[in-house]
Every structure is written in C-alpha cells, then in structure tokens.
Write a protein that binds this ligand. Structure first.
Ligand code: KIV
Length: 267
C-alpha cells in the first residue's frame, strides 16, 4: 500500500489555507530528491520535450515517452501525488482516445492523476476522464500546446475579453470535475480572482502569489536549462556550473593519465 498523498489531501490543503508545492520531474533521481524534500505533488510534464529531449516546444512528445518518464518518477516517489501530462494529440481527437490515453498513464505509467490543457473547449473531455475515476488537473492561460495559436509563449488574459474567457474556462474546468487547476502566465489579479471563486485549488506558474500553490520546472529552478529563462522563474541553484566543472576535471585527468588512480584499479 503506497503512502503517496491523495487528491483528498490536496483539496484539504486549500480548505486549510496551506500552500501546495509542485515541481516537474522526469526521472527517478530527481523524483526521489524532491520527494525526500517534502514536495506535495510531482508533475511529469510534457515540458520533458523541451528541457530533456531538446525540442523547441512540447508538441512532439508522445504517449509512450510520457509513460516511460512517469514510470521512472513513480519509482522514485514514496509520498508525493504523481500527475502525468497528456501530450498533444492524446486527447484532442475524440473522447474514446482521450479516455484510453488517460487510462494508459494510470495503468502503464502508475500516475495518480492526469493533466490536460484547455478550458471550455475540453470540458467534455475532462468529464469523460473523471467519469472513469481518473482524477484530472486542468491547465488554462498560457497553454504551451497552443503555441501556434498564441503566436509564442505570451502572457494571456491581459485584455478584458480574454480575462472574461479565462474566468469562464476556470468555471468550466471545475464544473467538469477537475480536482485542481494550473493557471499559467496570467496577470496576478486575475489569478487571485479565479482562486477566490473556485473551490478546487489553483496551482500558479507565472500567475502571482495568490494561487493556492505554485509549480515550476525543475530544470529552470536549478539552472539546468539555459535556452530561455522566463520572468516568472526563480533560480534556486546553479548546477550547470558544478556539472561543467566535474566533466572538465574528468576530461583533464583522463588526458593527463591521472585517472584511474591506484584506488580505482584492481590488483
Ligand atoms: O509541462 C509542464 O511542465 C507543465 C507545467 C509548466 C505546468 O505543464
């Protein structure tokens, strides 16, 4: 019997005013470290496409890749709730495919919940997955799978009409049965309003301090991904420098015949 947090724990945290912490992970060692540090939820994000696979965006990520990464994260985590992202084209075509793919992330990946992007336009999909007893996290605002519609990664909801739509999207996601909602790249006052109105927790990323919790990409907060650094990212460590130094030392010692030494050799 696993001791991982459940959606009831997460919903209780909103009711009690406890902030919810979320980070992305894509493999066993990172999942293990953040789990030991006490993270509440781990998101196996399709950001794996950008920060691990080196793609320009998240669109190429496949179901099989998401399942592979989810399994590794699940093995590394004993107490966090594990959410797996539904990648582009795994839920947009029809409800049957959406249900089958959500089911695969739970059955083959071991995830406890799935996340998908969109508001009113995916409400029926969220309902169909929730009806299979799979907990769903919604995701509105700057939704990376919509990069071509948005014309780039831009803050959403700055104009009144867009803000009204986002409010309607948030209500629709809650009404469809999602247990939490990611608010990405929207003005802080709008996120505050949505958070106050919804009874499900909001998890912000670039959405200000008034959300019920925060999520960031692990590679961004550790300085592991230098491709781009959005304003909303805070760098808590710079491990690139440490890694580069270690690799450079290894190369130098091998070239100089210093490694392996006596202590690393068999007699
Ligand atoms: O894929 C991801 O990492 C995400 C978070 C940024 C919310 O969706």
């Amino acid at each position: 019997m696993s001791d991982n947090k459940t959606i009831l724990d997460i919903q209780r945290m909103k009711a009690q005013g406890d902030k919810i912490t979320v980070l992305t992970a894509y493999d066993y060692p990172f999942a293990r470290l953040m789990d030991l540090a006490g993270i509440d939820m781990i998101l196996v994000g399709d950001s794996v496409g950008s920060v691990v696979a080196g793609y320009d965006n998240t669109l190429p990520v496949t179901m099989d890749e998401m399942i592979y990464h989810t399994r590794a994260v699940v093995r590394g985590s004993a107490s966090a709730l594990i959410i797996a992202d539904m990648p582009f084209l795994s839920y947009q075509v029809d409800l049957v495919e959406a249900r089958r793919n959500a089911g695969r992330l739970v059955k083959e990946g071991g995830a406890q919940a799935v996340k998908l992007e969109g508001g009113e336009n995916v409400a029926a999909t969220i309902r169909a997955i929730v009806d299979m007893d799979i907990p769903v996290v919604g995701h509105i605002g700057l939704t990376p799978q919509s990069i071509h519609r948005m014309g780039g990664y831009r803050v959403q909801g700055k104009e009144d009409e867009q803000a009204r739509q986002l409010l309607a999207d948030a209500r629709a996601v809650q009404q469809a049965g999602a247990f939490a909602l990611v608010l990405e790249g929207i003005p802080a006052p709008l996120a505050q309003r949505i958070t106050a109105e919804l009874h499900i927790p909001t998890i912000g990323i670039g959405a200000g301090v008034h959300c019920d919790g925060q999520v960031l990409v692990i590679h961004d907060i550790l300085g592991l991904c230098e491709k781009y650094s959005p304003k909303f990212v805070k760098r808590y460590a710079d491990v690139s420098e440490t890694i580069s130094r270690g690799i450079a030392d290894y190369i130098r010692e091998v070239k100089d015949g210093v490694f392996p030494g006596e202590e690393h050799s068999f007699k």
